[in-house]
Write a protein that binds this ligand. Structure first.
Ligand SMILES: [Zn+2]
Length: 404
C-alpha cells in the first residue's frame, strides 16, 4: 500500500520518498512508499509533476490507483531505479489547485441541490475544460439551477472551514452522511464543510470554501438517469468568463451593438435574411420566366420543335434548372441544352413532355466525353462536370444530332 500524503494535506506539493518498484517499459512507471500525487479516482483526474533523483528529473504524465492500494506514477521516459532509491517528488501545484477548486466546488454544489430540493448527485465528472454532476431527478428548472448556484456561492463567500476526518464505518453510519461509498475498508475519510455538508471522499479539497473562489453553473441537459449540470469553479471560472466576454464582444462588434443587444440583433438579421431569400426566390422565378420567353421567341422552330442551346459564363445550377422548367412549361415544343462554366461547371438538359428524346441518356453520353457525375429522367437530367473545357463544342454536336 502506498502512503497517501494528500489524504492529510492537499496543499503538500513537495515530498521525499523511496522507490518500491520500477517498471522500465513499455509503459515506464514507478511505485513509491509514499506520495503526494493524486491518482485518477472518484471523478477527479490525476496530478502531474516531476520526480527527481540524483541522476535527473522524470516527468510524471499519469497517476493511477491499483486494486491492492498501490499508486503507480507513469513516466514520460524509460527508467530503471533500484528499490530503496531516494527521490524528491513535486506535483504541478497550479493543476492541483484547479482540481481542488473544482472538486470542493462540486461538494458545495451537490449539497446545495440536496439542501434546496433534496436532489441527490449520482456522479461527478472532471474534465480538462469543464466539470459536471449528474443529478437524480426527472425535472430540473432554470430557477432551481439559479437558486443552487446562488446558495453555493453564498457558502463560498462565508469562507467555511473544510475539514478532513477519519471515522469507522459504524461511526459514519450515525453521522448522516450525504454519501457513503461501497467499500470493504473499515476506516472512512470524511470531508466536512462546516454546518453544510458531510460526505465520504478520497479526493483533494481546499481548506476554506473561500478558496473555491466562485462556482458558475453552465449547460444543463437531460441524460438517461436524470439531469447533467456543467459547472466551473475558481480560476477556471474566471478564464471562462473572460473567454465568453471576448466572444460576445467580437459578436457584438459585428452588429455595432452592445453585448446585451446581441440576441435581438441576431433575430433581426435572421428575419432580414428570410425576407431577402423570399424576395430573391421570387426575382429568380420572374427572371427565369422572362428569359425563357425571350429564348423561345429567338429560337426558330425546326421539325416541329424549338431547340434552345445556351452556355452561361456564371450561373448556379438551380437557376439553370429553373430556366429549363420554364422553357419546357411555356412551350410544348421545347428541348433545352443548358450549361454553365462557373461557379461549378454544370449541365441541365430538358424537354417538354411528349418530345421523343432521352435527356438522361444524353447526359450520360456527355459525361462520358467531358467527365463528371449526373443523371435524371427522360424529360430532365443534370450533371456536374469536372471542367468547363469543351462544353460548347459538345453541346453543339449533341444539338446537331437532335436536329438531324
Ligand atoms: Zn471530494
Amino acid at each position: 500500500m502506498t502512503d497517501r500524503l494528500y489524504y492529510h494535506d492537499s496543499f503538500l506539493y513537495d515530498f521525499e520518498a523511496e522507490v518500491r518498484e520500477s517498471t522500465p517499459g513499455p509503459k515506464p512507471a514507478l511505485v513509491l512508499d509514499r506520495t503526494a500525487f493524486y491518482p485518477t479516482s472518484g471523478g477527479q483526474i490525476h496530478d502531474t509533476g516531476v520526480i527527481s533523483t540524483k541522476t535527473g528529473k522524470l516527468k510524471v504524465t499519469e497517476v493511477a490507483d491499483t486494486e491492492d492500494g498501490r499508486i503507480v506514477h507513469y513516466l514520460e521516459a524509460p527508467v530503471d531505479l533500484k528499490p530503496g532509491t531516494r527521490i524528491h517528488g513535486q506535483i504541478d501545484a497550479r493543476r492541483r489547485r484547479d482540481h481542488m477548486q473544482q472538486h470542493t466546488g462540486q461538494h458545495v454544489l451537490s449539497a446545495a441541490f440536496i439542501r434546496l430540493f433534496k436532489i441527490p448527485t449520482v456522479s461527478f465528472h472532471m474534465g480538462d475544460d469543464y466539470c459536471s454532476i449528474d443529478l437524480e431527478t426527472p425535472n430540473l428548472t432554470k430557477d432551481q439551477i439559479e437558486s443552487a448556484e446562488r446558495l453555493a456561492n453564498e457558502i463560498v463567500l462565508e469562507n467555511r472551514p473544510v475539514e478532513i476526518r477519519f471515522v469507522t464505518r459504524d461511526e459514519a453510519g450515525k453521522l448522516g452522511l450525504r454519501k457513503i461509498p461501497p467499500t470493504e475498508r473499515d476506516e472512512l475519510r470524511l470531508i466536512a464543510i462546516q454546518d453544510f455538508d458531510l460526505t465520504a471522499c478520497g479526493g483533494t479539497h481546499v481548506r476554506q470554501t473561500g478558496q473555491i473562489g466562485c462556482i458558475i453553473l453552465r449547460k444543463s441537459e437531460k441524460v438517461r438517469q436524470g439531469w447533467r449540470v456543467e459547472f466551473i469553479a475558481g480560476q477556471r471560472a474566471v478564464a471562462t468568463a473572460r473567454k465568453d466576454f471576448t466572444t460576445l464582444t467580437e459578436t457584438a462588434s459585428l452588429f455595432s451593438a452592445h453585448i446585451y443587444d446581441v440576441p435581438q440583433q441576431v433575430r433581426k438579421s435572421q428575419e432580414e435574411i428570410r425576407a431577402l431569400r423570399k424576395q430573391r426566390e421570387q426575382s429568380q422565378e420572374e427572371l427565369a420566366e422572362a428569359q425563357a420567353a425571350a429564348l423561345l421567341a429567338d429560337t426558330p422552330e425546326s421539325n416541329g420543335r424549338k431547340l434552345v442551346v445556351r452556355t452561361f459564363a456564371d450561373r448556379e445550377i438551380n437557376l439553370l434548372k429553373l430556366l429549363a422548367q420554364r422553357l419546357t412549361r411555356l412551350s410544348p415544343q421545347a428541348v433545352a441544352l443548358l450549361a454553365t462554366r462557373a461557379p461549378q461547371p454544370s449541365l441541365v438538359f430538358a424537354q417538354s413532355p411528349g418530345q421523343p428524346f432521352d435527356m438522361s441518356a444524353l447526359i450520360k453520353q456527355t459525361i462520358a466525353t467531358l467527365g463528371g457525375r449526373g443523371g435524371g429522367s427522360k424529360d430532365m437530367a443534370q450533371a456536374g462536370l469536372a471542367s468547363a473545357d469543351g462544353i460548347e463544342a459538345v453541346l453543339e454536336s449533341i444539338a446537331a444530332t437532335l436536329r438531324s
